[in-house]
Ligand binder design. Structure first.
Ligand code: SF4
Ligand code: SF4
Length: 440
């Protein structure tokens, strides 16, 4: 097994608590109703194309792309549209959504069919029609990533299988159970981009997945599987690119600036489904874990089901539940409202008890410098937190607050338990607000 020899700077090694690694993917029962957000991707929300009373089938478009950076949204159950309204969002606000009451028949759209002649434009069109977005959590519309601007040449496709967040095991299970589909999706992504090299990066703490994926790419000279050291945030795009190619994405730049394109394993599998079956993105595999659950596992869940329903199916003990997190514990978002629906980017839901959630006893900074040592971007987190508190937007920009990837390494390692990443996130909002004022 070869191991990448270009470690990214900083990082940490948290207890990975991958409790569900050996639990096969199970399909959750169909929900009786769904609220499907029209804004579950980066960019402009989809525009609703159904109205109250319409009958819909699974896979039918309910929201069309609205602008270049947008993604189509599909019905995830068959039934009747009960409203074009709103639904709660993890940010605390509401977003536009299509509500559907299921008829229980799970009738799929009859005209779904494989792409006839497979070529670059046909693959991109199929990805767009299927509403595929980055399923690792970034939720950037995939067809946009597959259409780099003129002058930007992609030479390497990287399939992100690092899954470095503690608790999460859905990508691991996808590789073990649907590895062939991931390889097929990677081939299609390569064809769409006209790229001759693909590297699948997997952390060394998943030896079975490495072995399995290596067996699947055997004989394909353009594809390889690379074992990576186990270090968070190995799955960050910039860190993965550095580890696998030695290329450094510049400050404010994108992977395409160094000739790379990164796609998550689940996204690759969704691309295979879109091209080979004509299947839109209506469900996803996610990890549901934590010590407030009696049936943690990896579940295939229809988009639009509420996180409360998913947790109930996973045996939630509400008397033990102290915190619910969407995503992993490092980069995920704590939510108070269990009516928030599952979206295309929901890789995990964690329900943790008080034993696993300790409220931090925040103390003054002792100037130990540990946060600087672990920052994978090379930022000065303690300085950025102070600048955020004093609202010094000019200095926040000068010290590259916008380059923070919000990985949480600084907060994790701080002996004074400073909420550094929250402070920096607030500083980034201040920069965004200033830029908006200047633009208008
Ligand atoms: S400053 Fe940002 S990028 Fe650096 S460790 Fe903290 S959260 Fe991660
Ligand atoms: S790790 Fe915490 S205590 Fe140490 S310098 Fe950074 S903010 Fe201060």
């Amino acid at each position: 097994m070869s191991t990448a020899t270009r470690p990214f700077r900083g990082g940490i090694h948290p207890d990975d608590r991958k409790l569900t690694a050996d639990m096969p993917i199970q399909q959750l029962p169909l929900p009786a109703k769904v609220r499907i957000p029209l804004a579950q991707h980066l960019g402009a929300p989809a525009a609703a194309v159904v109205k109250k009373g319409d009958k819909v089938t699974v896979g039918q478009v309910v929201g069309e792309c609205h602008g270049f950076v947008s993604a189509a949204v599909h019905a995830t159950v068959s039934g009747t549209v009960t409203a074009v309204g709103t639904c709660p969002h993890p940010s605390g606000g509401e977003v536009p959504a299509v509500w559907i009451e299921a008829d229980g028949a799970d009738t799929w759209r009859p005209d779904l069919k494989p792409v006839g002649e497979i070529n670059g434009p046909a693959i991109v069109q199929a990805v767009k029609a299927a509403g595929i977005v980055g399923m690792g959590g970034a939720t950037f519309p995939t067809q946009v990533k597959l259409s780099p601007p003129e002058g930007k040449k992609i030479s390497v496709l990287i399939v992100n299988a690092a899954e470095c967040e503690p608790f999460l095991t859905c990508d691991y299970r996808m590789m073990i159970e649907h590895g062939g589909k991931i390889v097929r999706g990677a081939e299609l992504l390569m064809a769409a981009l006209g790229v001759g090299t693909c590297v699948i990066g997997i952390e060394r703490n998943k030896p079975k997945a490495i072995e399995h994926m290596q067996s699947l790419v055997k004989g394909r000279s353009a594809m390889s599987v690379q074992a990576l050291r186990t270090r968070y945030p190995q799955g960050g795009e910039k860190q993965l690119i550095c580890a696998l190619t030695g290329r450094e994405v510049p400050s404010g730049g994108l992977p395409m600036d160094v000739g790379c394109l990164v796609q998550n394993v689940a996204t690759a599998a969704a691309v295979a489904d879109a091209v080979d079956l004509g299947r839109p993105l209506v469900e996803r595999v996610m990890t549901v874990s934590g010590d407030a659950l009696s049936k943690p596992g990896n579940y295939l869940v229809r988009i639009g089901m509420t996180i409360g329903e998913v947790l109930a199916a996973a045996g939630l003990d509400e008397t033990r539940m102290a915190k619910v997190i969407l995503g992993g514990p490092m980069m995920g978002i704590a939510v108070a409202n269990l009516d928030i629906p599952v979206t295309k980017g929901t890789s995990g839901i964690l329900a943790l008890s008080n034993e696993w959630v300790k409220e931090p006893d925040i103390k003054p900074c002792i100037r130990c410098g540990r946060c600087l040592d672990v920052c994978p971007i090379g930022l000065n987190p303690t300085l950025l937190e102070r600048l955020s508190v004093t609202k010094d937007v000019t200095a926040l920009q000068l010290f590259h607050a916008v380059d923070c990837i919000e990985c949480g390494c600084c907060t994790y390692t701080c002996p004074a338990r400073r909420p550094l990443v929250h402070g920096i996130r607030y500083g980034k909002l201040q920069i965004a607000a200033l830029r908006k004022i200047k633009k208008n």
